[in-house]
Design a protein around this ligand. Structure first.
Ligand code: AMP
Ligand code: ZN
Length: 136
């Protein structure tokens, strides 16, 4: 995809601080890190998001994300990582080339995860059934 910024990073026509690469994936530093070392893992083959990406490409991305998580623990002493991915605008996606964020986390770094709201009585069962039916 000629106009895709992450395809340009794969092609090497715009710069990125690369930290890991294999046959199907590339990992590089996010330019606006939540914590220093915040890394993006992408498929080299363009796909917009988790809905569009082929299964073997997605597996390769998740495999690489796991490798990067270990690298961040080893290199930075990260106490934990967030492995997240935004898909489509409703979920906050800004760059439409599928990517997984691997964010190093440190005890007491102050970032809060989303706050959940418990289901009311019976709601969880109905919700699970609705989702299960989509796989029929
Ligand atoms: P999102 O699509 O919401 O997952 O966000 C896209 C992420 O890509 C943001 O965290 C940006 O900081 C990051 N980003 C955008 N352009 C670049 C770039 N040229 N190099 C590295 N990271 C980038
Ligand atoms: Zn692309």
């Amino acid at each position: 995809m000629p106009e895709c910024i992450f395809c340009k990073i794969v092609a090497g026509t715009i710069p990125a601080e690369r930290v890991y690469e294999d046959e199907k994936t590339l990992a590089f530093l996010d330019i606006t890190p939540v914590n220093p070392g915040h890394t993006l893992v992408i498929p080299k083959k363009h796909a917009a998001d988790v809905f569009e990406i082929e299964e073997d490409e997605w597996k390769a991305v998740m495999h690489a994300a796991r490798t990067v998580a270990h690298m961040l623990e080893k290199s930075l002493g990260a106490h934990g990582v967030n492995v997240t991915t935004n898909n489509r605008p409703a979920a906050g996606q800004i760059v439409f080339h599928s990517h997984v964020h691997v964010i190093p986390r440190f005890d007491g770094d102050g970032f809060q995860n989303w706050k959940g709201t418990p289901y009311v009585q019976g709601e969880a069962q109905k919700m699970a059934e609705k989702i299960r039916n989509a796989n029929a």
